[in-house]
Design a protein around this ligand. Structure first.
Ligand code: NDP
Length: 327
């Protein structure tokens, strides 16, 4: 019986994570068997690995919403053994065993061939966080954001989505204002490309007011809650906020005033269930005109280091991206 190594989360009754040997026979049904080379750590993985039932209903389980690797077996004509591929989102790592393992088996409808301009490693430095940052920026551009309009606010700035959003916006010539709870990371954020760095508290006061001074041409919001509420109230006339995350909370208090007096837009971003064709086109963009140098924000770890990295992420001490090297 052949086996593979995987991060394995058990409920005993506390949730514990360890690297174990698993039988290949226990992989789920699927058309494509992939030998995983890299995964990456996302906030959702930290939730899954610590028993959040909104992400993963049943345990034991292998997290990992991201995987990049080589097809070992395929039962569909479009994919062949040896193809280098990327899988992000859908049910991977949620209720389907995920990318924190040497192998995954998934439906062909989740699989994208690696674009020529990105290595497997580069694709996982981006991972779901990079895809989501790009989708946020793309939505803002489609809503009319221009570099001349003013500063773009990025919340949760030191996190995976936030830090890549800063690098991408800088790459596109935008003035970026980063919001962070980590004053000690100000220099890191400036090096990524933020011209201004402001403290999280500056965005949490003023919730009692219906409108705030118009400041931002656009917002990439990764945190939700009062910070998103205040950011929307601080948009300039006609500005847009792309909303993708919930680290500050899932509640969003709202007033119609910014919408009806300033014509602002609130744009929802989902990278998980996005149709494969749209994901593929965003990956193409990230491999060509939006290709970014992200080496300064990545930390590379191996599978056995993942439990510590999860603890760091949940303690909000994480900065940038954590790449997981599987072999
Ligand atoms: P990270 O953990 O890497 O980053 C989150 C950042 O949020 C932290 O680094 C911190 O940044 C900030 N933060 C943490 N706690 C709080 C708080 N209580 N109040 C305000 N800010 C806080 O996560 P990711 O970047 O991977 O993901 C960010 C969010 O986006 C998550 O909610 C995730 O679920 C969501 N997401 C959604 C996707 C979608 O498709 N819609 C896809 C990917 C992610 P700082 O200290 O700099 O303020």
């Amino acid at each position: 019986m052949s086996t593979y190594q995987a991060l394995w989360v058990t409920e005993t009754p506390q949730f514990q994570q360890s690297v174990v040997e698993r039988s290949m026979d226990d992989l789920p049904e699927g058309e494509v068997l992939i030998r995983v080379r890299y995964s990456s750590l996302n906030y959702k993985d930290a939730l899954s690995a610590t028993g959040n039932r909104g992400v993963t209903r049943t345990f034991p389980h292998t997290p990992g919403i991201d995987a990049a690797g080589v097809v070992e077996h395929s039962s569909v004509a479009e994919l062949a053994a040896g193809d280098e591929v990327i899988v992000t989102g859908y049910d991977l790592g949620m209720n389907t065993y995920g990318g924190m393992a040497q192998y995954i088996r998934v439906p062909a409808a989740w699989v994208i061939k690696r674009p020529a301009g990105l290595s497997l490693r580069e694709s996982m430095i981006l991972g779901t966080a990079g895809l989501t940052a790009a989708l946020c920026v793309d939505k803002l551009l489609r809503a009319g954001l221009t570099a001349e309009a003013g500063s773009v606010l990025v919340t949760g700035a030191t996190g995976g989505v936030g830090s890549i959003a800063i690098v991408l916006l800088k790459h596109l010539g935008f003035h970026v204002t980063a919001v962070t709870g980590k004053a000690e990371q100000t220099e890191f954020l400036r090096q990524l490309g933020a011209q201004e760095v402001i403290a999280r508290e500056a965005l949490t006061s003023g919730t009692d007011k219906a409108l705030l001074k118009p400041q931002w041409a656009g917002v990439v919001d990764t945190v939700g809650g009062d910070i998103l509420f205040n950011a929307v109230k601080s948009l300039q006339y006609g500005g847009s906020a792309a909303c993708c995350g919930l680290t500050a909370g899932i509640d969003f208090k709202a007033s119609v005033l910014p919408f009806i007096l300033r014509g602002v837009n609130l744009l929802g971003v989902d990278s998980v269930e996005l149709p494969l064709v749209n994901k593929a086109s965003m990956w193409d963009k990230l491999s060509l005109q939006w290709k970014l140098d992200l080496e300064s924000l990545v930390k590379e770890i191996s599978l056995k280091d993942v439990p510590n990295a999860i603890a760091t992420m949940l303690a909000t001490q994480q900065t940038g991206r954590t790449l997981v090297r599987i072999d």
